[in-house]
Design a protein around this ligand. Structure first.
Ligand code: PBG
Length: 327
């Protein structure tokens, strides 16, 4: 490359046309997965106070919300369910008549073009709020696997297009893959929350999912934030167990993990732009401190630049609109 003054980096930044032509990365509506919360009842659309612009929906209003999302070009949604009641073993997660199978059925009917991904975890369904079965003071890994696999199969039978285990138990991808394969769902993809950190960025979600642990925390199963080599092992393990897509979560404080994963693995990568990342932006925008459109598109571009193929984001609908109008 020619050095200054023969070379001048600013030459190619002079006009909007040049900048647009030479843009290396652009998030696209095709990349987005829209996370939504479904609750029992009818006619409910209640804003989640910790996540302005996100709602608790009953199945009927959720299908309307997702019709709108699909009309904006969004291709996929991921569902989080709140059960009628919670118990020790999270039985609402694998009840065939539970909130998620009911929602999946209704969505596939009302918005057939939408890809429906179901999060698989017990924490929204357990009375103690942990992601698995509690035995004494610990979450029992192997006992939990069976329940997660049952939940995955129930969602598969209801018509889910993809299964996304988020619990961080060891061996859950292999266990779910085996159960799906044995029951005629060998073509159903698994997107695993492979490198999922024990993060304070999930704070607002726990209000949304009413899933804050009633004792202790999730540090004995979710990853320790300082570690990156451990993340590589988690991702490698999930790929070997049969994950089709691996996820890094949260996104923004973990873009280094995403980039390392992009360099190390050839499988598709997802990044979860989590609730805390969303709500920080919303709070700053509300105070007039940040420009929402610019900050959100910059964030999504950064996640994409770090290596994500898929971005789970609560900004999906707004970003879809903004990307459309900037074309
Ligand atoms: C369930 C789950 C969580 C999130 C996704 N799936 C919460 C948690 O692990 O505590 C967080 C999503 C977000 O913060 O947006 N295990």
């Amino acid at each position: 490359m020619a050095m200054f003054p023969t070379g001048r980096m600013r030459r190619l930044r002079q006009t909007a046309n040049l900048r647009k032509m030479l843009r290396e990365t652009m998030p696209s509506v095709d990349d987005f997965v829209f996370p939504v919360f479904v609750v029992p009842g009818k006619g409910i659309k209640k804003e989640i106070s910790s996540m302005p612009g996100c709602f608790h929906h009953s199945v009927d209003t959720l299908t309307e919300e997702l019709k709108e999302a699909a009309s904006l070009g969004i291709r996929a949604a991921i569902l989080f369910g709140l059960p009628e009641s919670k118990d020790e073993t999270g039985s609402g997660a694998y009840d065939e008549k539970g909130i998620i199978p009911t929602a999946v059925g209704a969505i596939k009917k009302a918005v057939p073009e939408l890809t429906v991904i179901t999060d698989v975890c017990l924490c929204e369904y357990t009375s103690h709020g942990h992601c698995g079965v509690v035995q004494g003071n610990t979450v029992d890994n192997d006992k939990t696997l069976e329940l997660l696999s049952r939940a995955a199969l129930v969602y598969a039978k209801a018509g889910a297009d993809m299964i996304a285990p988020s619990d961080m138990m060891d061996g859950r991808v292999g266990s779910i893959r085996k159960t799906l394969d044995e029951n005629g769902f060998s073509n159903l993809p698994i997107m695993s929350y492979a490198a999922k950190y024990a993060s304070a960025f999930y704070g607002p979600f726990r209000e949304a999912a009413q899933s804050a642990p009633q004792f202790g925390d999730r540090r004995s199963y979710q990853m320790d934030p300082p570690n990156w080599r451990e993340a590589m092992r988690e991702m490698e393990e999930d790929i070997e167990e049969g994950a089709d897509i691996i996820m890094v979560k949260p996104a923004l404080a973990y873009l280094d993990i995403l980039q390392r994963a992009r360099q190390a693995f050839s499988c598709p990568l997802a990044a979860y732009n989590v609730s805390g990342e969303y709500s920080m932006v919303k709070a700053a925008v509300k105070n007039g401190w940040l420009d929402e459109k610019q900050i959100v598109l910059e964030i999504l571009t950064a996640i994409k630049r770090a290596g994500a193929d898929i971005i789970l984001t609560y900004h999906a609908k707004d970003a879809a609109r903004w990307l459309k109008s900037s074309q």
